[in-house]
Design a protein around this ligand. Structure first.
Ligand code: PRP
Ligand code: URA
Length: 209
């Protein structure tokens, strides 16, 4: 079974505290999502395989490491996952990007799919699904199921804040998927929002409220 990794690095936690504040502006919120995503990407890619190569330096030949194994893909869950993509691509410029559009029905809280476009060779890639919020887990479970339908076997989920309910749902439906989060909060309110969370991530990234 895969694992849940809680990234309690001081830089991530400091930035997350500012991210949560209701007084943080849209501009600052976007910048913080990007910075936290960059730090989380660094941790979530820690175990990628490498292989030794030789590189000619101006002074001699160094035995050095390069990434080996599967190529990578990043799949943001629209909308809010888009806020995490640039940070990932900065660090993994050769990654391809797939998109899954899901919104939660306001009454049932069930995910509704409205868009899906994956790279042709997604089945051969290691996939990082990114979304700032893991609440009921419905969106993440659905997103991972769609990706598996393409034949993907190596999937990692990255969320900034998770509720215990969301983690349990993903673990139950997709026990093979590693989960990286910056925080696990208390739970969900009656509207299936994470408490204390940070509110609506999509609205705060895009300034739609
Ligand atoms: C948010 C969030 C996740 C989902 C998490 O998206 O970005 O995708 O809710 O909730 P869940 O774990 O209960 O499924 P939302 O549906 O608000 O859409 P948006 O990103 O377009 O605002
Ligand atoms: N989606 C959000 O943006 N925030 C939550 O707390 C739950 C779902």
């Amino acid at each position: 079974m895969a694992s849940v990794h809680i990234l309690n690095h001081p830089l991530i936690q400091h930035k997350l505290t500012i991210l949560r504040s209701k007084d943080t502006s849209v501009k600052e919120f976007r910048e913080l999502v990007r910075e936290i995503s960059s730090l989380m990407c660094y941790e979530a890619t820690r175990n990628l395989p490498t292989q030794e190569v030789e590189v000619q330096t101006p002074v001699g030949v160094a035995k050095a490491q390069v990434l080996a194994g599967k190529k990578l893909a990043i799949v943001p869950v629209l909308r809010a996952g888009l806020g995490m993509v640039d940070a990932m691509v900065d660090l993994i410029p050769s990654a391809k990007i797939g998109h899954i559009g899901l919104y939660r029905d306001p009454d049932t809280h069930e995910p509704v799919k409205y868009y899906c476009k994956m790279p042709n060779d997604i089945a051969q890639r290691q996939v990082f699904v990114v979304d700032p919020m893991l609440a009921t887990g419905g969106s993440a479970v659905a997103a991972i199921s769609f990706i598996k339908e393409y034949g993907c076997k190596y999937i990692t989920l990255m969320d900034i804040i998770a509720a215990p309910e969301g983690i349990a749902a993903v673990r139950k439906a997709h026990p093979d998927v590693d989960i990286f989060v910056a925080a696990v909060d208390e739970g969900l309110n009656d509207h299936a929002y994470i408490v204390p969370g940070l509110g609506d991530a999509g609205d705060r990234i895009f300034g739609t409220k």
